[in-house]
Design a protein around this ligand. Structure first.
Ligand SMILES: Cc1cc2nc3c(=O)[nH]c(=O)nc-3n(C[C@H](O)[C@H](O)[C@H](O)COP(=O)(O)OP(=O)(O)OC[C@H]3O[C@@H](n4cnc5c(N)ncnc54)[C@H](O)[C@@H]3O)c2cc1C
Length: 427
């Protein structure tokens, strides 16, 4: 490996310490300069993997199958909901990805054959691959809630996959009358962006306080604890008082059923008929990652966190929200970090080297108000047994921080967002 390539890996936070990883853990090695890596999904995980593979293994042929033509980021979408950012500022221009020598395919993958090493596309064509990287994100499951289904999402919007649904939910918030009730329901973990529902609740409460001061916000939560819960709850208590209430699983907060036509939500003890119900459905890995037994029927895909190779088919890697990567959350920050580890593993395998030690990182910023934020962060090591937090590396913002510190964190959040977009999409 050249000194230049070593420096590139180090710059991405990847140590070059040789690991005990047996070569067989990769399946058969990549042999030729014409080897082809096909990546499915052009979100934070897939786009980052494609760009780093091109950088670290320029001889490799990299094809990125992006599915839908347009992509809007979910990070910062809660700001769009409260009118503090236009939706089009979240749109990523994927054509810029093609400039880096990535073959960009606007196609949907329908399946793959791990033995023949082919990927099937919706138009009936097939792509041959030497390594397949699946980064398709999530699928939402409204039908997992009694009485709910895809049609019911119009009545109970979630906007959990970005794009125009975000603008629709923003309009629905503006339609809430003063004195009205807004409910956000949170599914049982794991789901995409663990702090996301609480950031949304904080920003909704901020908006309601300004524009509908008599309105109330209720969070019905299928969990009893959540990330940064002390920080969120402290802010809600101090700023919103009784206008924002949170009911956890032990308080009967789990959503049990809905009646779409009547607009009613049923929990263990109560029936709610809000003016706006934002029902975030349970989730699982998107369909293409649940084929050929990759998810073992569990909804999410088990991987070796040293390489993000599937535990079921080692020539196939799964990164981002679709993978099981506890204790890392399902975040864009984590997805990009996993993508770099995966790209480094494939690039070094191609170069006949051992994979570098897998060091992973995450920071989740959450906005309490458009200009106040808190965060949780951690660094991790991928080992044969799983992902372990590096001692002393995890932490959250202090509970007693001043408004100046919270404002500084909001600035860091904006900086992270700009840098993450540039790194993933060249955008
Ligand atoms: C409200 C909200 C706020 C958030 N805020 C933050 C934040 O501040 N910070 C943070 O780090 N994370 C945040 N997240 C989480 C973040 O959005 C996800 O973790 C991240 O998008 C995961 O990246 P991914 O590449 O795995 O999936 P995605 O970004 O969903 O990308 C997957 C892509 O694959 C495509 N695809 C799916 N199936 C196929 C197929 N068969 N063929 C081709 N393409 C396919 C999809 O259409 C999609 O474009 C937030 C999420 C939400 C909902």
């Amino acid at each position: 490996m050249s000194g230049w390539r070593r420096r590139q890996l180090l710059a991405a936070g990847l140590s070059l310490t040789a690991t005990l990883l047996p070569r067989t853990a990769f399946g058969s090695p990549l042999k030729t300069a014409s080897a082809r890596v096909v990546i499915v999904g052009g979100g934070f995980a897939g786009a980052t993997a494609a760009r780093y593979l091109r950088r670290w293994a320029p001889d490799l042929h990299v094809t990125l199958v992006v599915g839908t033509d347009r992509y809007w980021t979910c990070p910062f979408s809660n700001l769009v909901l409260v009118g503090e950012r236009p939706l089009d500022s979240l749109e990523v221009h994927r054509s810029r990805l093609a400039k880096g020598g990535i073959e960009l395919l606007r196609a949907t993958a329908t399946g793959f054959d791990p033995e023949q090493r082919t990927l099937e596309l919706a138009d009936g064509s097939e792509l041959r691959w030497d390594r397949l990287v699946l980064a398709p994100g999530i699928e939402v499951l409204p039908e997992a809630i009694e009485g709910h289904d895809a049609a019911g999402v119009e009545r109970f919007p979630h906007a959990w996959q970005g794009g125009p649904a975000t603008a629709d939910l923003a309009r629905r918030l503006r339609d809430v009358p003063d004195g009205g009730l807004v409910v956000i329901t949170v599914p049982e973990a794991p789901y995409r962006c663990p702090p996301g529902p609480y950031e949304r609740a904080s920003l909704f409460a901020w908006w309601l306080a300004r524009h509908r001061p008599q309105a109330r916000l209720v969070i019905l939560d299928a969990n009893d604890r959540f990330t940064k819960d002390e920080l969120f709850k402290d802010h809600w208590r101090q700023v919103h008082g009784d206008r924002l209430q949170w009911f956890g699983q032990a308080d009967g907060g789990t959503l049990r059923a809905v009646e779409v036509r009547r607009g009613t939500l049923h929990t263990d003890f109560d029936d709610w008929r809000p003016d706006l119900a934002c029902v975030i459905p349970p989730q699982r890995a998107a369909a293409v990652a649940r084929q050929a037994g990759l998810d073992e029927g569990r909804g999410w895909c088990a991987v070796d966190p040293r390489t993000f190779a599937s535990r079921i088919h080692p020539d196939i890697h799964v990164i981002g929200d679709a993978a099981i990567a506890n204790p890392m959350p399902k975040s864009a920050f984590a997805a990009a970090s996993q993508a770099r580890v995966c790209a480094a593993a494939i690039a070094t395998e191609f170069a006949g080297q051992d994979a570098p030690e897998a060091i992973l990182g995450n920071t989740c910023y959450s906005l309490l108000e458009p200009d106040l934020a808190i965060s949780v962060s951690g660094s991790y090591r991928g080992t044969a047994a799983g992902i372990e937090a590096l001692p002393g590396s995890t932490g959250t913002s202090p509970l007693d921080a001043t408004a100046e510190v919270r404002r500084a964190e909001a600035g860091h959040a904006r900086g992270w967002y700009a840098a993450a977009r540039a790194d993933a999409f060249g955008d």
